[in-house]
Design a binder for this molecule. Structure first.
Ligand code: AMP
Length: 195
């Protein structure tokens, strides 16, 4: 089964993707993690990504589409993929459809974790504190960058929702619930698809 997890920054996409990896043997494809690895490696893309991420903006669509297309076949055959952080624009969603059609790979469900903005501000503050305590501070987890990332989410990423709704693929779940409850809601969507 191949799915997309959608939702604003801090909605819990990464947490849920990790649970799906453990429970179902699926593969998380987190474009944010890929970009952070590129930053750590000091590559050209990494240098560009650091500036873009710290400003709370988005990387160019063509770069992201290339990165995803390199990984998606292996993930799909390994146990199914969970796209986390991609697509983030309508252009990326359209490119993903084309890419999957070319490769003959199905996208089974698009699951939106609905969370309100104030809860996200609180969650990111907690995540920043936890990461700082573990010595792995994310330079984009600051109040100012979060405001910018939320604005970018509403302007550029939220328009993906009607795109997938019109395709009949969108499932909205309550991302404000506990981690276990959100996991149960995701499981219910996936189980219905497997019937
Ligand atoms: P994330 O870990 O998914 O919150 O991503 C962290 C940052 O990486 C984002 O704020 C963007 O700057 C960048 N990024 C991640 N995924 C994408 C994408 N699909 N398109 C453009 N930029 C992205």
């Amino acid at each position: 089964m191949n799915i997309v997890l959608l939702g604003p920054p801090g909605a819990g996409k990464g947490t849920q993707a990790k649970l799906l990896e453990e429970r179902r043997g699926m593969v998380q494809l987190s474009t944010g993690d890929m970009l952070r690895a590129a930053v750590a490696s000091g590559s050209d893309i990494g240098r560009e990504a650091k500036a873009v991420m710290d400003a709370g903006r988005l990387m160019p669509d063509d770069v992201m589409i290339r990165i995803i297309s390199e990984r998606i076949d292996d993930a799909s055959s390994a146990g199914g993929f969970i796209l986390d952080g991609f697509p983030r624009t309508v252009a990326q969603a359209e490119a993903l459809d084309r890419l999957l059609a070319e490769k003959g790979i199905a996208l089974d469900a698009v699951i939106q974790l609905a969370v309100d903005d104030q809860a996200l501000v609180d969650r990111i503050a907690t995540r920043a504190k936890e990461a700082a305590a573990a010595g792995e501070r994310r330079t984009d987890d600051t109040a100012e960058t979060l405001r910018k990332r939320l604005a970018v989410y509403h302007e550029q990423t939220a328009p993906i929702l009607p795109f997938y709704r019109e395709q009949g693929r969108l499932h909205m779940i309550d991302g404000m619930a506990s981690i276990d409850d959100v996991a149960r809601q995701i499981e219910a969507v996936m189980a219905a698809k497997e019937d």
